[in-house]
Design a binder for this molecule. Sequence first.
Ligand code: IMP
Length: 454
Amino acid sequence: MTVTIVGSQLGDEGKGGVVDLYGDAADVVARYQGGDNAGHTVVHDGEKYKLSLVPSGAVRGKVGVLGNGCVVNPETLFEEIDTLHDKGLDPDVRVAERAHVILPYHRVLDGIEEDEKADLAAGTTKRGIGPTYEDKAGRRGIRVGDLLDPDVLRERLEYVVPQKRALAEEVFGADVGEAFDVEHLFETYREYGERLAEENMTVDCGTYLQDRIDAGDNVMLEGAQGTSIDIDHGIYPYVTSSNPTAGGATVGTGLGPTVVGQGEVIGIVKAYLSRVGTGPLPTELGGVEGQTPGYDPETGADTDEEELATYIRDEGGEYGTVTGRPRRVGWLDMPMLRHAARANGFTGLAINHIDVLAGLEEVKVGHSYELDGETVYTMPPTTEKWGDCEATFKSFDGWSEVDWAEVAAEGYEAIPENARTYLEYVADELEASIYAVGVGPGREETVVVENPYE
Ligand code: IMP
């Protein structure tokens, strides 16, 4: 059977921990979209592994698959695999021949275009994700399978690279280097192709996964990012360029919708909101200069809200891992979650980080929005309308700090009662059961209510 893991908010919900936990019972963990814009840390046998592309299951002896819906940067892929080898592991990673390849010019263009877009910039990770998906849709992309055939690779590069070079030089006035040089790219990527072939890493993803399922294996389908930054169902244009939603699990692997639908679809929810980048956020607390639209720390700050925001930000470690920039934070947004529950058809929920909210006297959620004189319970389709929404809050009594490791060991009933009331409100509203509750950053700090593979 399959278990699909989907972020239900804006990414960074703590999917990695759940994938890691439930992945124990899986034989194969397959990613179905995105590329090295994701990021997770896996701790195994006391050793920390930071991965952005290779599925975390590969650290634990599972087969890790990058599905056809992914965009693969071979440089990152082999760097991560080599690091795992250096640490004494022998990861089994397979890559779909239909997956698209991120080339150096994609990264360069991602940076240039973000700078040009100013207010419309999505604040991308600059890994070339968007430009690679653009080329996929424009039918000028290079696929993993093309790296295996030098004639095809050369033909594709000779067609596409002059266009990219002209775009960079003539439209954006940029200086271009070897990232736009056909010969250099051909040699480098042909070698990647040779390595993929030598190590027998490429697969016809749908066939491979279906064969494993037919043989009785458990397959986990791992979404990256989250529903509200899905290119179709998210807050366009502040989105990533793929489909983190559950539909992406079928087109991004080649498994039929009925196969994925017969399995479980677990929505990962963070108990509050955090966001990197600009655009509206109706349940935001306080603001962050340069990210919250119209925010002026001199005049715009409500001291109580700012204090709350700082508390949650500090407790949750909501600072950029690379830049150290504070992330925007806010209360849970139920219309956002109702939208996610419908778009993904969640069968279960994993709610993370309830420990971060411990110690607050009152915990609020945005229960609904007021929009143009009406009460609405789900997200409007345009980001501008979402920006017009005023959240109507519901209040819950807070819960105190407890020994969360003990709670995790004892089980659901050991969670403080007020926190359980909060969790059950969310589950009732989304009409999905609670499968797991995250009470701390470690994998063992999770209360497991249900194991989807059992
Ligand atoms: P891209 O995926 O690099 O094109 O970035 C597009 C948008 O998605 C930006 O707002 C990024 O901050 C966001 N994004 C991409 N990956 C992640 C993630 O793993 N977590 C949270 N946000 C992400």
